[in-house]
Design a protein around this ligand. Structure first.
Ligand code: GLN
Length: 497
């Protein structure tokens, strides 16, 4: 019998629709897999066994009644613990929300349920999505299925590890500076940051509202596209949601082709700090795209060098404001409320106990950058750099259809290696941050294993805003060519499980 956890989402949905397998059997297979490996991987913070089986049963009943099933009906998914789920804990990887049960579903959660996607549970993440390794989770780190002593990326390491370890074929991440793409790169999976505003932020706990974007994680480009189509679309509950048709991403993923496309290689994304094996696989990908009929153009984006600095002023500034709502009165943890203390004292004690060191660092940095007297020097300057980066992209996209780069400068680093060195940690997002600052779309997909350590390398494809379909067209072409070379999009089974 086929192992149901090894199928793609597209294959699983087709088998369920054809009646070859039930949604309940598919869900049970994934729950069993979670049971078998998640003690080691720690991708999940919460597994909703009963809820998942109930959702699966509803799909089987729908089919039995002869109702039309959606393209992902009955397919299991791992949901990043940053989206609210009615009746199911939502912690954002923080102690401050421990025990909080949201009374409502995020728009994204609702869309998944309406599409009959089976939500298996909530995945581990860096606290409030701040980090690149999932080590900042208040609930302990997640292991990379390729080597459990290494990081699975972050902040969405739980989501990427869940799909790389076959605990789920699909997952949801959020990307403020790279938290979908960098975990995808280091786990050999596919992750997409859609155009800013494409996927609703309603019910997605805010970190940096002008940068945060939810998006799909999967093992194949087509699966990511199928999920993209389910979660994207206008939402009147989110004032920054784009009121425009969702680009035809599934059609693009089914028609991978780069013939005649102009593809730009970003000159600034190379050099010191880039691992040799990462550059080797990237350069091979460039050659592959040339062989497939693309025209390769070198592009310079001079302001990208300042992206990291601008991000680490803008994101902390917005976080210092967004996280003010965790005041011990409204949600989750409350410390020191013994009848003798004032509300202010309880708020202070709760925030001191409930937030971890990285979150506190960012709140302090952001509060400082926004304070009068420093606003123009820091926050104001960072916003000017943001405009320059947007202009660099605009100029680049006058010359090329998409840009490409390595997704991350290195492969997965050992757990603990950068934990006490925030700057080293921040560098993991060097290549991903510009797209958040400009709001355009970007994808990471596997492009081989680095020869020196045998770990996955990610290729980043960047497209203009609202041209997300180009990511899938190019991604599908690259994936098909690499699959022919390797025999499987995930390169091979992640070895450590
Ligand atoms: N690693 C980056 C940070 O720590 C990006 C995080 C994210 O995209 N959520 O802010």
């Amino acid at each position: 019998m086929t192992d149901l956890t090894r199928l793609t989402a597209a294959e699983t949905a087709a088998k369920i629709a054809a009646g070859e397998v039930t949604a309940v059997a598919v869900t049970e297979a994934h729950l069993a897999r979670i049971e078998a490996v998640d003690e080691k991987v720690h991708a999940f913070l919460h597994v909703d066994r009963e809820g998942a089986l109930a959702q699966a049963r509803a799909v089987d009943e729908k089919r039995a009644r002869g109702e039309q099933l959606g393209p992902l009906a009955g397919v299991p998914l791992a949901l990043k613990d940053i989206f609210t789920t009615e009746g199911i804990p939502t912690t954002v990887g923080s102690k401050i929300l421990e025990g909080w049960i949201p009374p409502y579903d995020a728009t994204l959660t609702r869309r998944l349920k309406d599409a009959d996607v089976v939500i298996l549970g909530k995945t581990n993440m860096d606290e409030f999505a701040m980090g690149s390794s999932t080590e900042n989770s208040a609930y302990g780190p997640t292991g990379n299925p390729w080597d459990l002593t290494r990081i699975p990326g972050g902040s969405g390491g739980g989501s990427s590890a869940a799909i790389a370890s076959y605990e789920a074929p699909l997952a949801i991440g959020t990307d403020t500076g790279g938290s979908i793409r960098q975990p995808a790169a280091v786990t050999g999976t596919v992750g997409v940051k859609p155009t800013y505003g494409a996927v609703s932020r309603y019910g997605m706990v805010a970190f940096s509202s002008s940068l945060d974007q939810g998006g799909p994680c999967a093992r194949t480009v087509l699966d990511a596209a199928l999920l993209h189509e389910v979660i994207a679309g206008h939402d009147p509950l989110d004032s920054t949601s784009i009121d425009a048709p969702v680009p035809a991403v599934v059609e693009a993923a089914r028609n991978g082709d780069v013939t005649g496309m102009r593809i730009g290689v970003v000159k600034e994304f190379a050099g010191e700090g880039y691992q040799a094996g990462v550059m080797q696989r990237f350069n091979e990908s460039v050659e592959l795209l040339r062989e497939l009929g693309a025209e390769i153009v070198e592009i310079s984006c001079p302001s990208f060098d300042k992206a990291l600095a601008a991000y680490y002023l803008i994101a902390p500034s917005e976080c210092s404001s967004n996280l003010a709502r965790f005041d011990a009165m409204r949600y989750g943890l409350r410390v020191g409320d013994d009848g003798t203390r004032s509300a202010e004292e309880v708020t202070a004690l709760t925030r001191a106990a409930g937030f971890g060191p990285e979150v506190k660092r960012r709140i302090m940095l952001g509060t400082y950058a926004l304070s009068s007297g420093y606003y123009d020097a820091y926050y104001g300057s960072a916003q000017k750099v943001r405009t320059l980066i947007t202009q660099d992209f605009a100029k680049a996209f006058e010359q090329v259809d998409v840009l490409i780069s390595p997704t991350t400068p290195t492969t997965a680093f050992p757990i603990g290696e950068r934990a006490d060195d925030p700057m080293a940690m921040y560098l993991a997002d060097l290549c991903t941050i510009p797209s958040n600052l400009a709001g355009n779309s970007a994808m990471s997909l596997p492009c081989g294993l680095a020869p020196e350590d045998g770990l996955p390398v990610g290729l980043q494809i960047i497209a203009p805003a609202l041209a997300d379909d180009r990511l899938y067209r190019v991604g599908a072409a690259v994936e098909a060519a690499f699959t022919a070379r390797w025999g499987h999009p995930l390169l091979e089974e992640a070895p450590s499980l």
